[in-house]
Ligand binder design. Structure first.
Ligand SMILES: NC(=O)c1ccc[n+]([C@@H]2O[C@H](COP(=O)([O-])OP(=O)(O)OC[C@H]3O[C@@H](n4cnc5c(N)ncnc54)[C@H](O)[C@@H]3O)[C@@H](O)[C@H]2O)c1
Length: 442
């Protein structure tokens, strides 16, 4: 297919779209693309996900996702398959698979490269391929392009290649895909132009085009900005705890300044973005002999926060003459973030595992997740907190903001400790009920 014809069918929504990877980002994207009128095929190696989608169900908890999946599958606009061969009929292919780091914080691009290989094996002439996964600098041109060219087709001539990282936030993924501005990088001008035309049909936000190398870095510095800002807030929290003032009060007042925008401190940073994306920059910089000391320090501060929670808990128990090893601790929240079911890099993991290792009787609860990391898990809060010496809030689920602590007090031990790892409670209210309150930053 000629470039001009491809532009026209993308513009007119006559193009067929394949979305490779139907996870937390891929499935919402596939459903939105389908809802715009494009015939969309979602390809995933996980048959459970494929079956759920074809049965008009969402495999993940994301507001509005099940409805849009239901509607688009019902309308015949969206289908899912495990067969990569179905990519061959597509004019636009989006690759949205996971891009984690390993225990040494090195990028693991196996899923990405195997997805690229599957696309190469089924690539038709005149296709636009867009990588939406978050990737280390240079990956599109240096890693993906050669794999796609193993098809015998030439990039920029026989097919087009771009990168447009997803910037939506879980719990608002559907909304943000449709309104956020989009950055689009092409390996050449025509690739960027085609991808730009496609995303103009997806989002009402602005679409900015630049070189693929620039766009790859944009996504990484966005998440790194957030990580460093959270680390700064965590530093402030530690200082305020030491000098006996409330960090949240100080931060809220500092944020009244027109050029100050602190993030909030907390029990730790999780998810499949912020804890790993800065390492894509750190590791790339190391290859060039550059030490990103600020970004590294921020990562360290944020990954230490679950251990700070544990230290705070131990010292609060000690003040009451209790040995942490003989205590019952209730952990509220397994997911890494409020109102999601994603447990990747959740601070709950080191908290629960470390408590378990010390022989603590750990009970845990989460309204969205049905697993934990070795504690006694229940979906029933009352079971979890019964006779507990301490309750640790790790996740800011809405359900926890509405807890009636007057009722909970009757079930927990006398003067039980409430450790608010997300600062969702009013310290004075909790203290007034007779609890011992500790919060990050106060
Ligand atoms: N989760 C987020 O909030 C978020 C936000 C913005 C960007 N991102 C980025 O988006 C990308 C995807 O993240 P995610 O959270 O959706 O990951 P995910 O793990 O939820 O989903 C990835 C999906 O890809 C599938 N997959 C893996 N290899 C495949 C292959 N070869 N062929 C077909 N399917 C394959 C997996 O089975 C899985 O369903 C990552 O690069 C991430 O950094 C994530």
């Amino acid at each position: 297919m000629e470039y001009k014809e491809l532009i026209n069918i993308i513009k007119n929504k006559e193009a067929k779209v394949a979305v490779v990877g139907l996870g937390y980002v891929g499935l919402p994207m596939a459903a939105i693309v389908a809802s715009r009128g494009y015939f969309t095929t979602g390809v995933d190696i996980n048959p459970d996900i494929v079956n759920k989608v074809n049965n008009k169900k969402s495999p993940i908890n994301e507001p509005g996702l099940e409805e849009i999946v239901y509607k688009t599958v019902e309308a015949g606009k969206l289908k899912a398959t495990v067969e990569a061969s179905e990519i061959r009929n597509s004019n636009v292919v989006l690759i949205i698979v996971q891009t984690p780091v390993d225990e040494n914080k090195e990028p693991r691009l196996e899923a990405l490269m195997s997805a690229a290989k599957a696309v190469a094996e089924n690539l038709s002439e005149g296709t636009l391929v867009v990588v939406e996964s978050t990737i280390p600098p240079g990956t599109t041109r240096n890693e993906i392009l050669p794999v796609l060219e193993s098809s015998g087709l030439k990039a920029g001539k026989d097919f087009f290649l771009a990168n447009s990282p997803e910037r939506a936030i879980p719990t608002k993924t559907l909304e943000e895909i449709q309104i956020n501005s989009r950055v689009v990088g092409g390996i050449d001008e025509r690739s960027a132009e085609l991808a730009g035309v496609f995303y103009e049909n997806i989002t009402s936000g602005d679409v900015y085009k630049d070189a693929v190398e620039v766009v790859e870095v944009v996504k990484l510095i966005e998440n790194t900005f957030r990580d460093v800002n959270i680390a700064l807030a965590n530093d402030v929290a530690l200082l305020c705890e030491a000098i006996g003032i409330d960090a949240i009060k100080a931060i809220n007042l500092a944020n009244k300044h027109p050029r100050v925008n602190f993030h909030m401190p907390g029990a730790g940073v999780g998810g499949h973005c912020i804890p790993k994306d800065p390492y894509f920059l750190i590791k790339e910089a190391e290859k060039h002999g550059v030490n990103l000391s600020v970004i590294k320090a921020a990562r360290e501060r944020n990954s230490d926060m679950p251990f700070h929670v544990l230290e705070t808990l131990e010292s609060a128990l000690k003040k009451q003459g209790k040995d942490i090893k003989k205590s019952k601790v209730a952990v509220l929240g397994i997911a890494y973030k409020g109102n999601v079911d994603d447990v990747r890099e959740t601070p709950a993991e080191p908290i629960i595992k470390t408590l378990m290792k010390s022989g603590v009787d750990v009970f845990s609860h989460d309204p969205y997740v049905s697993q934990d990391f070795g504690g006694k898990f229940s979906n029933e809060i009352k079971t979890v907190i019964k006779n507990a010496d301490a309750l640790v809030i790790v996740t800011d689920h809405d359900e926890y903001k509405k807890l009636n602590f007057e009722d909970l007090r009757l079930l927990m031990k006398d003067k039980a400790i409430i450790l608010d790892g997300r600062r969702i409670l009013n310290p004075e209210d909790i203290k007034r009920l007779g609890f011992t309150y500790c919060g990050i930053g106060c």
